[in-house]
Design a protein around this ligand. Structure first.
Ligand SMILES: C[S@@+](CC[C@H](N)C(=O)[O-])C[C@H]1O[C@@H](n2cnc3c(N)ncnc32)[C@H](O)[C@@H]1O
Ligand code: SF4
Length: 375
């Protein structure tokens, strides 16, 4: 085994829990940040042999990694393996010149900034702390500190959002000139406080989602961004051999590569097995404090499951997916039908086997086309 080349580190702490959020998060707890970082580093030491000698990407996600107490955050970042791409997720209100400098000093070279929207009423609905100017200021602090690879997250389909709100959000995001943009449909889990509060509006937004998605793709590709994954866009390199601005860490997930995840709730997929750490802080810290692995759920990944996942994730990308090893997962009749309808492109070559990719129209229909293709 050559080892996983991709590492995910989960920092769960947030100042406040946003109503729509379904991630593993904990509010406040500043007195526990240091202890949690000790546990993270202990887990990393226990699992070090699962990682390749050369790690390609490290992604520190949350929660709000940049809400973590600065000494604990610096201690964590300085102990992580070197990697070509090192991303940290940041909430705008936490980004000060000091925080931006800390990230730079610790070798972070990519920041993913959770803007979500630039419309005050939509930020309020999402229960965000940041105002539009907070997002802009955070972006400029990062630029001033030297970051040349910044991603902005936007959400659409927010209760109360109109088509012109979405246009204004895209204008505001484009005006900042980020290297990368992630634009997500709002997902509201049934039974949550958020869904109770906004049920009727969420149903209206669901009807508009397809149209919003088309607007997002049209506006961002029109502005010169590459639509490289269903919800992700990056600036094309300005020079022929310029940097590849896709998220290399997320590309590894979409390409079905192995990855190690550490922290509460973190998922790892290595050598045909997937495991998920306990989402609970106390048992996580207690186990690692006594030199043991945290409580985990293990799930074997049979070849057929991996082939289906590879297809579902691979078809989200704009690059052709090699069918070797996945051909049993594809319904040949459905593939021929989708090809005739102009939703899928198939490249057949006797030397390298078939490659398939969704056409732009197929990508706009997205999940529906992939579901048809699955045998
Ligand atoms: C791990 S989250 C947290 C990032 C950061 N704490 C923040 O709130 O900005 C990463 C991204 O997922 C997206 N996200 C979170 N909850 C979502 C939801 N319910 N529906 C759609 N996107 C969501 C947001 O765009 C967010 O920036
Ligand atoms: S700040 Fe981000 S991670 Fe924390 S609750 Fe809000 S959306 Fe979730």
């Amino acid at each position: 085994m050559s080892g996983a080349r991709h590492l995910y580190v989960h920092l769960p702490f947030c100042a406040h829990r946003c109503g729509y959020c379904d991630f593993v998060t904990l509010v406040g707890r500043s007195e526990q940040h240091g202890g949690y970082v000790d546990a993270l580093l202990a887990e990393l030491r226990l699992e070090r042999e699962l990682l390749a000698t050369e790690v390609e990407t490290v992604f520190v996600g949350g929660g709000t990694p940049t809400f973590t107490e600065p000494h604990a955050l610096a201690r964590l970042l300085s102990s992580l393996p070197d990697a070509e791409e090192k991303t940290v997720e940041a909430n705008p209100e936490t980004v000060t010149p000091g925080l931006a400098a800390l990230l730079q000093e610790q070798g972070v070279n990519r920041v993913s900034l959770g803007a979500q929207s630039f419309r005050p009423h939509l930020l309020a609905t999402l229960e965000r702390v940041a105002q539009p100017d907070t997002v802009r200021r955070a972006f400029y602090h990062l630029r001033d500190a030297g970051f040349d690879n910044i991603s902005l997250d936007l959400i659409y389909g927010i209760p109360g959002q109109t088509a012109s709100d979405l246009d204004a959000d895209l204008d505001a995001a484009l005006a900042l000139g980020p290297e990368h943009l992630s634009c997500y449909e709002l997902e509201a889990k049934p039974g949550t406080r958020f869904t109770h509060a906004h049920g009727a509006e969420l149903a209206l937004q669901a009807d508009a989602m397809e149209m919003y998605f088309e607007v997002v793709v049209e506006r961002l590709t029109g502005a010169g961004y590459r639509w490289y994954e269903t919800a992700n866009f990056c600036r094309a390199p300005s020079l022929p051999h310029g940097p590849d601005l896709r998220s290399q860490h997320n590309l590894a997930y979409w390409r079905g590569r192995d990855y190690l995840g550490v922290g509460i709730g973190a998922v790892s997929t290595i050598d045909g097995t997937r495991w998920t750490n306990t989402p609970r802080l106390a048992p996580y810290i207690a186990a690692l404090g006594s030199g043991e692995r945290p409580p985990r759920e293990h799930e074997p990944l049979p070849d057929a499951t991996r082939a289906r996942e590879r297809l579902m994730l691979g078809l989200r990308l704009d690059e052709p997916l090699e069918l070797v090893g996945s051909s049993d997962a594809v319904d040949a009749d459905a593939l021929a039908r989708m090809e005739r309808l102009g939703l899928v492109r198939v490249r057949r070559s006797s030397s390298v086997g078939a490659h398939i990719a969704l056409t732009p129209r197929g990508r706009l229909l997205g999940g529906g086309v992939t579901a048809e293709l699955l045998a």
